[in-house]
Design a protein around this ligand. Structure first.
Ligand code: MRU
Length: 332
């Protein structure tokens, strides 16, 4: 690792260590744990987050569960617990099911084997990012100004990132002039995490409120929008952080490209269309309070969906490690 590199999480065989993303960018606090339950809590609280990252963290959590006790019942209970942490990102379920498929009852070496499986899942996502970055950068013309939403970088994947990986790669090729960072209400993954990564990478950026995107695009300040995804149905409908759908509509209105960058582990081939994707609804306190301060009274009702689904026809291309796919999509 080079100085300044961000190391979001890792497992040394004894201790799982993660950077608490809820405290970024004001504080860089690492948490260490030897228990899978603490990792499940970290996923629920978004201390670790981002679709591929929560899959990798859940895989390490399951390896840890076996270190405590190589017992099939306990292992499967841990898997069920981890599956209940967050419903939308399919990478979580993909990684847990892969871990389960490598468990051999009575084998005696399950901890060792599943630790290697978790490392393989981790490396797989890192390698996917590198290929997504290459494929995606080839689509970007020079000079480009880009809008992105939420956080899709090293913090969300462990590799260079998906959408943010494309932006970083295009920047190194001299094609990116400026990145407009949607703050990404209510938890500010854009203004806290993406801005943090862009500053570390030396890429020019500014933060804007999510609702400024229409003005930015209508003023001709953005040439394209690129985001990640949490689950992509067979027809290409893509769930991502709430507000992504709005961006795709704006891109259509102003005739600029809207790209999704995601590994194929984000594709859920069991779902035909986006309406089948379960959208996580999060606690009202995320809107009601901010860093301990009350924004509005507790009795105001709240609706807080964490994701939305962008219809496939609004997506100019889906960039994966296997290449670039264009509408109409068929991932079945
Ligand atoms: O709720 P979060 O912060 O986990 O949401 C993350 C996103 O929506 C990302 O855009 C998505 O996971 C893609 S990450 C490469």
């Amino acid at each position: 690792m080079k100085k300044g590199d961000i190391n979001p999480f890792g497992f040394d065989g004894e201790i799982f260590r993660f950077l608490d993303q809820t405290k970024l960018p004001l504080e860089e606090v690492y948490v260490e744990t030897g228990h899978y339950e603490r990792i499940a809590e970290a996923i629920e609280r978004l201390e670790v987050r981002g679709a591929p990252a929560i899959g990798v963290c859940a895989a390490y959590a399951l390896a840890l569960a076996l270190k405590e006790n190589d017992d099939e019942e306990l292992f499967l209970r841990a898997a069920e617990r981890l599956k209940r942490t967050r419903p939308t990102a399919v990478n979580l379920f993909w990684a847990i099911d892969k871990m389960i498929s490598h468990y051999i009852p009575g084998a005696g070496d399950n901890f060792h084997r599943l630790k290697i499986t978790a490392e393989e899942i981790h490396l797989h996502e890192v390698n996917n990012c590198a290929r997504i970055a290459q494929h995606g950068s080839a689509l970007i013309k020079s000079p480009s100004n880009v809008i992105t939403h939420c956080n899709t970088g090293v913090l969300a994947v462990a590799g260079t990132g998906t959408a943010l990986g494309v932006i970083k790669q295009a920047f190194t090729e001299g094609k990116i002039k400026h990145v407009y960072v949607d703050e990404t209400r209510p938890l500010y993954q854009g203004s806290r995490l993406t801005a943090f990564e862009l500053e570390r990478a030396g890429i020019p950026f500014s933060v804007n409120v999510d609702s400024a995107a229409a003005v930015i695009i209508s003023q001709g300040k953005a040439d394209l929008v690129i985001t990640g995804a949490d689950r992509i149905a067979s027809n290409g409908d893509s769930a991502n952080k709430i507000g992504t759908f709005n961006l795709s509509v704006l891109c259509k209105q102003f005739n600029i490209p809207f790209y999704i960058a995601a590994p194929t582990t984000t594709i859920d081939r069991s779902l035909r269309a986006g309406k089948e994707i379960i959208i996580e609804e999060r606690d009202a306190s995320e809107l009601r309070r901010h860093r301990g301060a009350e924004i509005f009274p507790a009795h105001y009702p709240v609706y807080n969906p964490a994701f939305d689904v962008t219809p496939a026809e609004n997506i100019t291309a889906i960039i994966t490690e296997e290449g670039v796919f264009k509408y109409p999509y068929d991932f079945s």
